[in-house]
Design a protein around this ligand. Structure first.
Ligand code: CP
Ligand code: NVA
Length: 316
């Protein structure tokens, strides 16, 4: 099996590695003491340019429960790219620690980090991708539906980082994705084309339209994310106006399959991309989805750093 170094996008792992990661994540969820020594003696640094609750805390708890230690470095601590070049931070930091989780504005920055790091770099969210979120999303789907292949996910809202990673993961595991965004906010064309190519051999279809009502027809799951991502605050007024018809509310949910579930990566802006009643309603999976960040990230860390310690060379 190809040696894995970095996890910048879901496609950095093979289809079978992704399936294994999800199996491990489910195991981590079942077993209170999952691989308790996997990260023994190891230190993981979290280098975050943007705020975070789930990603940060889930990684910190995961590292601690796997027997390692963690150092959090926020933007005020190392002023990534301002005080010194990212290349220098990556080269020095990777001499100190065993893995780095980076949350950056530009995806290029996380790539620069990885290019100059001696240790695995995990993308903890960039402007283009959020692969750790997708791991938890897939785990949640698997958990609720007992399968992934053939499921129908509708994503309504902004064609952003969360959607890009969801598309990658769904394409790799045979999940159909139907996307509705305003035409100006379609997912990135190259990411879309690559995910569509990847989806084909798995029998999955990716479809885009501008009409949310069309996208949700027949959906098992309705997924949305904020309309204004971190770093886009200056576009807030324009975005709020343009995205208004894309709100996930009871009327939209009624057009999906009966029993359709609702997902959101959180944090949610109630009254913007999703209504309070839908977010808090019986169809909502959002809290379980957030919990699954912990289990998925544990499996990822064990996969990158500790797997062989306990499995005697086998990744199973
Ligand atoms: N979903 C997610 O990544 O949340 P945080 O920004 O709180 O980490
Ligand atoms: N798309 C959002 C996700 C936050 C977890 C953002 O980038 O701000």
């Amino acid at each position: 099996m190809k040696r894995l170094r970095h996890f910048l996008t879901v496609t950095d792992v093979s289809d079978s590695q992704l399936r294994q990661l999800l199996q491990e994540a489910a195991k981590a969820k079942r077993q209170r003491r999952y691989r308790p020594l996997a990260l023994s003696g190891k230190v993981v640094a979290l280098v975050f340019q943007k705020p975070s609750m789930r990603t940060r805390v889930a990684f910190e708890v995961a590292v601690l429960q796997l027997g390692g230690s963690v150092i959090y470095l926020g933007q005020d601590d190392i002023q990534l790219g301002q005080r010194e070049p990212i290349k220098d931070v990556a080269r020095v930091l990777s001499r100190y620690v065993d893995a780095i989780v980076a949350r950056t504005f530009s995806h290029e920055d996380v790539e620069t980090f990885a290019a100059h790091s001696r240790v695995p770099v995990i993308n903890g969210l960039s402007d283009l991708w959020h692969p750790c979120q997708a791991l938890a999303d897939l785990l949640t789907l698997q958990e609720y539906f007992g399968r992934l292949r053939g499921l129908r996910v509708a994503y309504v809202g902004d064609g952003n980082n969360v959607l890009h990673s969801l598309l990658d993961g769904c394409a790799m595991l045979g999940v159909h994705v139907s996307v509705a965004t305003p035409p100006r906010y379609r997912p990135d064309a190259r990411i879309w084309a690559a995910a569509s190519r990847r989806a084909k051999p798995h029998g999955a279809r990716l479809a885009w339209c501008a009409d949310p009502r069309q996208a949700v027809r027949g959906a098992d799951v309705l997924y949305t994310d904020v309309w204004v991502s971190m770093g886009q605050e200056r576009q807030r007024a324009t975005r709020l106006k343009l995205f208004r018809p894309y709100q996930v509310n009871q009327a939209l949910l009624r057009l999906a399959k009966p029993g359709c579930r609702v997902m959101h990566c959180l944090p949610a802006h109630r009254g913007e991309e999703i209504t309070q009643d839908v977010l808090e309603g019986p169809r909502s999976l959002v809290i379980d989805q957030a919990e699954n960040r912990l289990h998925a990230q544990k499996a990822l860390l064990a996969f990158l750093l500790g797997w062989r310690l306990e499995a005697g060379g086998s990744r199973q």
